[in-house]
Design a protein around this ligand. Structure first.
Ligand SMILES: N[C@@H](CCC[C@H](N)C(=O)O)C(=O)O
Length: 287
């Protein structure tokens, strides 16, 4: 089975092209665990399947390194867009990608002399703010989860939670380098208020247009970058009155920068890099 390893700002996945390959549904979780293992597999943050879609130009499915299936992935969407454009599965520079978390619009910015895409913009749609759509189980399910107190490890923390198609909880901190990503991250990921677990973001707002960011990803742990997490962090900063809509925010992630705008039309746009690392053939795999 052929694979391509790609990354968006160091958030790497093994991509399998189901326009060409076939896979059995029952072994997908195991395959994700296997390819993500750097000692016995390839080494990555998870597995992404690029497939034909019945209604859109392409479809993406994402599995975390622990084998759990997620609804969407921002860095994965930029890499998927680069892949389907370079493979000529789409003809135009603007096209749609279906995910379990909703359909998004992709715009690739190719270097016309080489037909290679380095930067991709994704219209990620509207953030979903009601607790029931995250899902978060505490208080009124129709209300937003802005400045909610959560207890973990004997201490209380203020979080803002929302969905970008997948669940996120954002904490504002003074210094991301010293944030308790590896201790508080797993506690909040599995907190009882998040029945489907959550991705946990630690964010320091530097100015009206810049923030530092670290993430503890559901099902994978700390990663170099999280596209949906960066969108959630910008939305949370705006909901907390720390930043403004319709201004491009530079999010400094450990793996590089993303450029995020919560637009007037309510949609969040994400612009950033997508890169191919290598292509190969998988010899052994779980059946
Ligand atoms: N790295 C991703 C998000 C991947 C899925 C996430 N861990 C989840 O379980 O929801 C991104 O770039 O958005």
């Amino acid at each position: 089975m052929k694979f391509t390893k790609m990354h968006g700002l160091g958030n790497s996945y093994i991509y399998i092209d189901l326009f060409e390959e076939e896979l059995e549904e029952k072994s997908l979780g195991e395959l994700a665990v296997y390819v993500s293992d750097k000692n016995r597999g390839i080494g990555a943050d998870g597995l992404i399947l690029i497939e034909p879609s019945r209604t859109e130009d392409a479809r993406m499915r994402i599995f975390n390194a622990d084998g759990s299936e997620a609804m969407t992935c921002g860095n994965g969407l930029r890499c998927t867009a680069k892949y389907v454009f370079e493979k000529k599965y789409v003809e135009n520079e603007r096209f749609t990608i279906e995910t379990k978390g909703g359909t998004v619009k992709a715009t690739v910015h190719p270097d016309h002399s080489k037909s290679i895409v380095d930067m991709v913009t994704i219209d990620m749609g509207e953030p979903r703010l009601a607790k029931k759509s995250i899902p978060m189980v505490s208080g009124d399910p129709d209300r937003e989860a802005v400045r909610e107190m959560l207890e973990a490890g004997g201490t209380s923390f203020e979080i803002t939670a929302l969905s970008m198609g997948n669940p996120h909880a954002v904490l504002f901190v003074e210094n991301t380098a010293e944030a308790p990503v590896h201790t508080l991250g797993p506690l909040l990921e599995k907190h009882e208020v998040f029945p489907e677990r959550a991705n946990i973001e630690f964010v320091h707002v530097i100015s009206e247009t810049e923030m530092n960011f670290r993430v503890w990803e559901r099902g994978t742990g700390e990663t170099q970058a999280c596209g949906t997490g960066a969108c959630a962090a910008v939305a949370a900063a705006i909901l907390n009155g720390k930043m403004q809509k319709n201004k491009e925010i530079t999010v400094h992630l450990p793996g590089g920068d993303l450029f995020i705008t919560w637009q007037k039309d309510g949609h969040i746009s994400m612009n950033g890099a997508a890169e191919t690392i290598c292509e190969g053939t998988l010899k052994n795999r779980p059946r």
